[in-house]
Ligand binder design. Structure first.
Ligand code: ITT
Length: 195
């Protein structure tokens, strides 16, 4: 049994591989196939994750799992949201996205820095699966005034986790997976998936 993991994000892939290990199936990254990226033109995490899973299932002929995720900052009315990976523009990267977020949050008081990560993971048995398995979760935090930590990816250095009193990028990958939006959504997916 093989499942294609429909993501090109190395940070996500590492976390997802760890969380999916207990399924005892062969998890193959999408990069093992020579296929173009899906056009993510949905308006929600759930739409975009279905678009990515369906695209990968269609082009590989394998069951697929996709993740669409992002950061919603209350002071920014939910931005960057579904545009989290391209907040600083199409050619943006984690460093540019984080710099833009820090700038927009400059001098915002601590009480108004609340934010959460969202994750929607989807499993589709085949491209026409009429009932994808959809699992969503969120992770509450606050936007730090400066970057802290080296672990993780994306906005992890700016995401303060109150229960651990540190940034998400200061957590081990095991601890992040126990707490995070992705960890929680994939835990539910693993418990509900029927292969
Ligand atoms: P794929 O579509 O190939 O999976 P992507 O990076 O384009 O990769 P998304 O469109 O779902 O994926 O964007 C998610 C962005 O949200 C990601 O690039 C990070 O900037 C941010 N993000 C999501 N989960 C995160 C996490 O656990 N830690 C830090 N940042 C995260």
């Amino acid at each position: 049994q093989k499942i294609v993991l429909a993501s090109g994000n190395q940070g996500k892939l590492k976390e997802m591989n760890q969380l999916l290990a207990e399924l005892n199936v062969e998890i193959v990254p999408q990069s093992d196939f020579d296929i173009p990226e899906a056009i993510e033109d949905g308006l929600s995490f759930v739409e975009n994750s279905i678009i990515k899973a369906r695209h990968a299932a269609k082009l590989t002929g394998l069951p697929a799992i996709a993740d669409d995720s992002g950061l919603a900052v209350d002071f920014l009315k939910g931005q960057p949201g579904i545009y989290s990976s391209r907040f600083a523009g199409e050619a943006g990267n984690d460093a540019a996205n984080n710099a833009k977020l820090l700038e927009l949050m400059e001098n915002v008081p601590a009480a108004e820095r609340t934010a959460r990560f969202h994750c929607c993971v989807v499993f589709m048995r085949h491209e026409n699966d009429p009932m994808p398995l959809v699992c969503q979760a969120a992770w509450e935090g606050k936007i730090l005034p400066e970057a802290c930590g080296e672990n993780g990816f994306g906005y992890d250095p700016l995401f303060f986790v109150a229960s651990e009193n540190c940034a998400s990028a200061q957590l081990s990958k095991e601890r992040k997976n126990q707490l995070s939006h992705r960890g929680l959504a994939l835990k539910e997916l693993v418990s509900r998936i029927k292969l």
